[in-house]
Design a binder for this molecule. Sequence first.
Ligand code: MN
Length: 137
Amino acid sequence: MDIRPKRATTRGPVDWFTGDVWIDGIAAASEPPHARVSAVRFTPGARTAWHSHALGQTLYVTEGQGLVQARGAELQAIRAGDIVTTPAGEWHWHGAAPDHFMTHLSITERPETADTVETDWGAKVTDAEYAGQVPGA
Ligand code: MN
C-alpha cells in the first residue's frame, strides 16, 4: 500500500486544448502503467482538440455540464454521472459547456508497444464546431 500526497495540478498543454484545462494525474498502478487515470477540469468553453485513442477511452463526468462529439456525429450534452465510452481509433473531442465548468475522470488504456501512441492529436475544435454548427466535421 502506498499513500501519496497530492501532486501539483498541471495545465493542459496548449497544443491539445482550447481554453483553460487543469489535470491531476491519478493512477499509474504498474510501471509501465497499463492504463492512465486522470481528473480533468475544463473551464466554461474549454475543450480538447480532436483526437483518437489507440485503445479507446472511458470518461466519467464527476461535475458540471459538458459537450462531446464523435467525428461524423452530432454534438451531445453530458452532465455529472454520465459515462462516455469511445472505441479504439474513433476521432472525437470533449469539453465543458459554454456556461458551465465540467470535470471528468478519464481512463485511457495504454498500448503495450512503444511505437503505438496512446492518443493521436489533431486539429483544434473551432468555435463553429464547438457551437454545433459543423456536424460530422
Ligand atoms: Mn478522448
